[in-house]
Design a protein around this ligand. Structure first.
Ligand code: 5GP
Ligand code: ZN
Length: 129
């Protein structure tokens, strides 16, 4: 039987996951945004003058694990990116702008297995990308 979408789903968490620990506040981060479902924080090893990550607080291992019930959450994460990019110093579109990246799996270059959206911007050249 399909899951009843009206019954609240317990928020998944993995005790060994570094981004779950950041979401819980047990590992510190430089936050750029927080609400009930989403956290934004600066990448510890930035590739670009502006480089922060947006994560769901729920432990979703990768984009390959996204379920229909996550669609609104993913939409909110993506829709937040332009506003936060400007707040963090990216110049406005179209002269400025930013790049969104979601590395997925080994071939996609994913190192941390908790879904995250890289938001990168600022003047080039960048260290990578
Ligand atoms: P991935 O390769 O999985 O797409 O990217 C993982 C990103 O997480 C990398 O850019 C890496 O620098 C960042 N990262 C890994 N550990 C930490 C951490 O403890 N704190 C922060 N702020 N970023 C991290
Ligand atoms: Zn996690």
């Amino acid at each position: 039987m399909p899951a009843n979408p009206w019954i609240p789903h317990p928020m998944a968490s993995d005790p060994n996951c570094i981004f779950c620990k950041i979401a819980a506040g047990t590992i510190p981060s430089r936050k750029v945004y927080e609400d009930e479902e989403i956290l934004g924080f600066h990448d510890i090893a930035p590739w670009a003058p502006v480089h922060f990550l947006l994560i769901p607080k729920e432990h979703i291992p990768s984009l390959a694990d996204v379920l229909p019930r996550h669609e609104a959450l993913l939409g909110r994460m993506m829709a937040l990116a332009p506003r936060l990019a400007l707040e963090q110093g990216c110049e406005p579109y179209p002269e400025g702008g930013f790049r969104l990246v979601v590395n997925t799996g080994a071939h996609g270059g994913q190192e941390v297995h908790h879904l995250h959206l890289h938001v990168m911007g600022g003047p080039r050249p960048w260290a990578k990308g």
